[in-house]
Write a protein that binds this ligand. Structure first.
Ligand code: SAH
Ligand code: SF4
Ligand code: F3S
Length: 435
């Protein structure tokens, strides 16, 4: 028997890329590849890339540069670029870095086996189509191996919102939903293999329309699967949070009390220029409605500071909005002009000022995050144990609110959900004891 070929995948960007990397590894498994964690022993290196900010995209080229020596040593090594940089830059990648053999976009990676064969034959292989066929239907059934207790499951892809700063509508294409029966089959299959928590993924996951009842309808059907204990979804757009989904947060026990709902800015003037199609007040009202059905809901969000024309007053109202919401966690970024987006045409704000705003916002968000985490001390929460901790007998898992929780002498198993009393709050995690 010949040695299997080895595949090294490095993943950047969002959770959907994590899911896609899994599916690409599975597709390459059909070609006789096994995964390795060491690029030096790989026969193929695949970078699954992100184009969202300039820094993310540039990382890809510095990483590729690092593989020059490997390729010189091992001429048979094939190097591929997948994901959103592949979609955005296509052939340009091979021009800029000639050691790249293969470029595949996020909507055509079911064709990876053919592309790999083409690259093996010595030709350059490129596919950045938005094919009409459903890539998931063309990927082989997922292998039956046991899995860890949590999994991502992509149910929706693409975006029709065209926020003025964002590349996603161009790299991922128009909104498409996977039909509910296929999602349910994949979910049951994951549960049979040990998965207890599923996070439904979509660039605008709450715009899901593969079920008559929308995302709420899909969640209610998933909740009926025995053995599936927790459901989460990400990322949502405020304008797609419909009544049914709000109601589900109050009624479906398995739907976890944590919601990532990006707002980007608290200033209506900036929201308008961002083409977000909602006001700060509409966002706050929405959270009020959500909290009226689920008072303990932990909110998470995304913010951009230094968007073109953002003034100190605009920024102040963003801080006010953050004060009003009290986030359990949040991500904030300095605006990065992306080629091809409408905002890229507009002049940048003073960059030193933007950096300083980002620091102030992050300090506030960190304080809130820590306050909500500290408030868990003394409370009982559900924890799904995901892995062994550093100390013998210790287990680490996630609370219902997505806090990392360490439990010593857990006497429980990975994959189990236990009631845990929180006794201490550290910088990045909680410590608890079984009740
Ligand atoms: N679909 C999701 C977000 C996808 S991108 C949504 O609408 O919320 C994830 C986050 O990256 C965004 O929420 C935004 O905060 C940030 N982002 C996107 N484009 C950016 C840019 N050009 N500069 C800085 N941050 C950006
Ligand atoms: Fe980008 Fe806006 Fe679409 Fe989110 S909703 S993916 S930020 S265009
Ligand atoms: Fe990045 Fe593409 Fe995700 S640009 S954030 S990898 S959708």
């Amino acid at each position: 028997m010949t040695e299997p070929r080895k595949l090294f995948i490095k993943t950047y960007g969002c959770q959907m890329n994590v899911y896609d990397s899994e599916r690409m590894a599975e597709a390459m498994g059909g070609q006789g590849y096994v995964e390795t964690q060491d690029p030096a022993e790989a026969d193929m290196i695949l970078l699954n890339t992100c184009h969202i900010r300039e820094k993310a995209a540039e990382k890809v080229y510095s990483e590729l540069g690092r593989y020059k020596a490997l390729k010189a040593e091992k001429p048979d090594l094939k190097i591929g670029v997948a994901g959103c940089v592949a979609q955005a830059e296509g052939e340009e990648i091979m021009r800029r870095q000639p050691l790249v053999d293969l470029v595949v976009g996020p909507q055509s990676y079911h064709r990876l086996p053919e592309l790999e064969a083409k690259a093996r034959s010595g030709a350059k292989a490129l596919d950045t189509d938005f094919p009409v066929e459903d890539k998931f239907e063309h990927l082989k059934a997922r292998p039956k191996a046991r899995r860890g207790p949590t999994a991502f499951l992509t149910v929706q892809e693409g975006c029709d919102k065209f926020c003025a700063f964002c590349v996603v509508p161009y790299t991922r294409g128009a909104e498409v939903s996977r039909p509910a029966p296929r999602v349910l089959t994949e979910a049951r299959d994951l549960v049979e293999r040990g998965v207890r928590e599923i996070t439904l993924l979509g660039q605008n996951v709450n715009a899901y329309h593969g079920h008559d009842g929308g995302l709420a309808g899909l969640i209610r059907e998933l909740a009926a699967i025995d053995g599936l204990e927790r459901i989460r979804f990400t990322t949502s757009h405020p304008n797609d949070m419909d009544d049914a989904l709000i109601a589900a947060h109050g009624e479906v026990d398995k739907l976890m009390p944590y919601l990532h709902l990006p707002v980007q800015s608290g200033s209506d003037r900036i929201l308008k220029r961002m083409n977000r199609q909602h006001t700060a007040d509409q966002y706050l009202k929405l959270i009020e409605r959500l909290r009226s059905v689920r008072p303990d809901l932990h909110m998470s969000g995304d913010f951009i500071v230094g968007f073109p024309e953002e003034t100190e007053e605009d920024f102040q109202v963003t801080l006010d909005l953050v004060e009003a919401v009290q986030y359990g966690s949040a991500f904030s970024f300095k605006y990065s002009a992306r080629p091809g987006t409408p905002a890229a045409e507009r002049p940048l704000v003073d960059q030193a000022e933007a950096d300083e705003r980002l620091q102030r916002l992050q300090a506030l968000l960190t304080r809130q995050q820590r306050a909500l985490q500290d408030a868990m001390v003394g409370r009982e929460v559900g924890v799904l144990f995901e892995k062994a901790g550093r100390m013998p007998g210790q287990l680490v898992g996630k609370s219902d609110y997505l806090h990392a929780v360490h439990v010593a002498d857990a006497g429980a198993r990975i994959g189990e959900i236990a009631r845990v009393k929180i006794v201490e709050s550290g910088p990045n995690s909680l410590r608890g004891v079984l009740v």
